[in-house]
Write a protein that binds this ligand. Structure first.
Ligand SMILES: *[C@@H]1O[C@H](CO)[C@@H](O)[C@H](O)[C@H]1NC(C)=O
Ligand SMILES: *[C@@H]1O[C@H](CO)[C@@H](O)[C@H](O)[C@H]1NC(C)=O
Ligand SMILES: *[C@@H]1O[C@H](CO)[C@@H](O)[C@H](O)[C@H]1NC(C)=O
Ligand SMILES: *[C@@H]1O[C@H](CO)[C@@H](O)[C@H](O)[C@H]1NC(C)=O
Ligand SMILES: *[C@@H]1O[C@H](CO)[C@@H](O)[C@H](O)[C@H]1NC(C)=O
Ligand SMILES: *[C@@H]1O[C@H](CO)[C@@H](O)[C@H](O)[C@H]1NC(C)=O
Ligand SMILES: *[C@@H]1O[C@H](CO)[C@@H](O)[C@H](O)[C@H]1NC(C)=O
Ligand SMILES: *[C@@H]1O[C@H](CO)[C@@H](O)[C@H](O)[C@H]1NC(C)=O
Ligand SMILES: *[C@@H]1O[C@H](CO)[C@@H](O)[C@H](O)[C@H]1NC(C)=O
Ligand SMILES: *[C@@H]1O[C@H](CO)[C@@H](O)[C@H](O)[C@H]1NC(C)=O
Ligand SMILES: *[C@@H]1O[C@H](CO)[C@@H](O)[C@H](O)[C@H]1NC(C)=O
Ligand SMILES: *[C@@H]1O[C@H](CO)[C@@H](O)[C@H](O)[C@H]1NC(C)=O
Length: 454
């Protein structure tokens, strides 16, 4: 009983320990000593490639929040008055990493965990599609220790609780493009994974690229904290930047969303907001109930710039409706689907090259697919186009054979170093998610005990 009594207190104690938001700097454009890598200058100002509905897209991903929870948080409602609220936007699976991977590569390849992967170089991403048209891009990762760091995570000085040891603020699993060798093995591409001091320099130099992915650190994105902490970060970071024309001008589209929901037993839909000057004024403050998924991020970019496609989830019409104001501007026809018709909350039960229990090799994309941009499917060198899903062998269980998938572990020749920067040892803050899982497990045990007593 004593053990049970202390378990009862656990969720309360954990909730009480969610820290108050601590700004990592005096403002989003002020260099911060909290980021280990100092800035070495801004990106070169790139030639702008004209898009049909927007000239820049900024993806901002927060973590693990159910739709209703975000939708009832004040900061999101304030933002929604300035943009379009999407109320049928869904993530693709669980946990985090496969969602990030899918958002840039059009597939999560069966992945059902957050492990260290490197996806082989014949697998293409949005970077190939963008660079084929000279469209500039970057991945801004708040606490990445240096440009192009390939390690699994990175521990730096704890600025939220300064008396605690170092803290893991950066994780590779939230940095989608670096997980692909087609990106990471090309030095000029690798260098486009930059921290928030670089971001500040790029904004100040009016040199932001046309496609960018923004990942706040593990406390600011709500992963280790709560949606309220993430909302405070939005107040600190996004609200002032919305007024800065170097960040948000009349051609800017900002997609603010979450990687996945928190409740695995519900369908995996999350709040998404479309913000920025590119949102037509008549659409501001409205709700769009079209069914979208993370693949819509790819199809929308493809439609806007008339790009080729990846011939994967980005060309699956069920999962890749184009954001409606972009569809209207580009003549793309969306399908009328309800999110309840498509369940995307399975975890690790989909076969693929990154599923050790149901392993199939990497297969070629569907080279005859036509995506929302109308261009041809990008085929990387080294891709055997005749090795398609149709001819792939049945899944095998590598775990049973005491093997792991060949794509786990660091890339050959990667610069991954041991993950400790200044400070080491156990992290000092609390992982709310474990608290919630703990509470859920305890709730089940308690229900069982009550059932027995009754
Ligand atoms: C989301 O929040 C808005 C504003 O409060 C509300 O009008 C809407 O009904 C909410 N959506 C859902 C699906 O609950
Ligand atoms: C991209 O830029 C390079 C170098 O400036 C140029 O040679 C090439 O034609 C451009 N490609 C496109 C599609 O504009
Ligand atoms: C800037 O360059 C220095 C020296 O090469 C390096 O140590 C540092 O990590 C670089 N900063 C970033 C943000 O990459
Ligand atoms: C960071 O990486 C180390 C070793 O690679 C691992 O043991 C640890 O669990 C990771 N921590 C987080 C928060 O990802
Ligand atoms: C942004 O500009 C609007 C309108 O000019 C103003 O009401 C708002 O306070 C500004 N927000 C910030 C965070 O500066
Ligand atoms: C958007 O801003 C640019 C640059 O300031 C300007 O040339 C253009 O006319 C503006 N477009 C609209 C629709 O306001
Ligand atoms: C997925 O969500 C549906 C709808 O809420 C639910 O019935 C189902 O049990 C969930 N699946 C899993 C694996 O949790
Ligand atoms: C497209 O996605 C739907 C929903 O997940 C799936 O049922 C269908 O098999 C997919 N189509 C192809 C061609 O993969
Ligand atoms: C892609 O590359 C990997 C690694 O070289 C190889 O094992 C795989 O067969 C290739 N797949 C295709 C479809 O070409
Ligand atoms: C694969 O094998 C492992 C170890 O025997 C087992 O735990 C797991 O359930 C199997 N996976 C599948 C999908 O059959
Ligand atoms: C399975 O792999 C582990 C780790 O490599 C090794 O220690 C063990 O001996 C292997 N077991 C079998 C049955 O091959
Ligand atoms: C990382 O640390 C381990 C254990 O301290 C050590 O054996 C290994 O050589 C280190 N690796 C690198 C790349 O520094």
């Amino acid at each position: 009983m004593y053990a049970l009594a202390s378990l009862v207190l656990l969720p309360v104690v954990l909730a009480a320990q969610v820290p108050q938001f601590v700004p990592p700097s005096e403002g989003p454009l002020v260099a911060s000593s909290i980021y280990p890598g100092f800035n070495n200058g801004s990106l070169p100002k790139a030639e702008q490639v004209s898009g049909k509905a927007f000239q820049r897209i900024i993806h901002i991903w927060l973590e693990n929040t159910d739709f209703l929870s975000a939708n009832s948080t004040a900061a999101f409602n304030t933002l929604a008055t300035q943009g379009i609220r999407l109320d049928q936007y869904c993530a693709l699976t669980h946990p985090s990493e496969p969602n990030y991977v899918a958002s840039v590569g059009g597939d999560f390849f069966g992945m059902g965990d957050d492990n260290l992967y490197n996806i082989p170089a014949n697998i293409s991403t949005v970077v190939d599609l963008l660079e084929a048209k000279n469209i500039s891009w970057a991945s801004y990762q708040e606490n990445i220790p240096f440009d192009g760091y390939e390690g699994y995570n990175y521990t730096s000085k704890n600025y939220v609780n300064t008396s605690a040891p170092g803290y893991v603020y950066y994780v590779r699993k939230h940095n989608p493009t670096i997980i692909y060798d087609s990106v990471a093995s090309v030095p000029s591409r690798l260098a486009r994974h930059r921290n928030f001091n670089d971001f500040a320099a790029d904004v100040n130099a009016s040199a932001l690229p046309q496609w960018m992915f923004v990942t706040p650190n593990m406390v600011d994105d709500g992963h280790d904290t709560s949606v309220d902490y993430a909302a405070s970060w939005l107040q600190y970071w996004l609200f002032p930047l919305l007024n800065d024309t170097n960040f948000n001008d009349n051609g800017t589209l900002i997609v603010l969303t979450f990687d996945e929901n928190e409740s695995y037993t519900e369908n995996n839909c999350v709040l998404a907001l479309l913000l920025g000057g590119a949102v037509p004024s008549r659409a501001r403050g409205t709700t769009d109930s079209t069914y979208y998924t993370h693949y819509s991020l790819l199809s929308t970019v493809e439609a806007n710039w008339g790009l080729g496609s990846l011939g994967r989830g980005d060309t699956n019409k069920t999962l890749s409706n184009v954001f409606s104001f972009v569809a209207a501007a580009t003549g793309y026809k969306n399908l009328n689907i309800s999110s309840s018709e498509v369940l995307t909350n399975a975890t690790g039960t989909i076969p693929g090259p990154l599923n050790p229990g149901l392993y199939v090799p990497f297969t070629a994309p569907n080279t005859s697919a036509v995506g929302a941009g109308g261009g041809s499917v990008f085929v990387a060198s080294g891709m055997n186009t005749s090795f398609t899903a149709a001819v792939a062998p049945s899944p095998v269980n590598l775990t049973q054979q005491n093997k792991t998938v060949p794509w786990s572990g660091p890339r050959n020749g990667s610069n991954a170093v041991n993950s400790t920067g200044s400070g080491s040892g156990k992290s000092g803050a609390v992982d709310m998610r474990e608290g919630i899982v703990g509470a859920a497990i305890f709730g089940t045990i308690l229900a069982g005990v009550v059932a027995l007593l009754v």
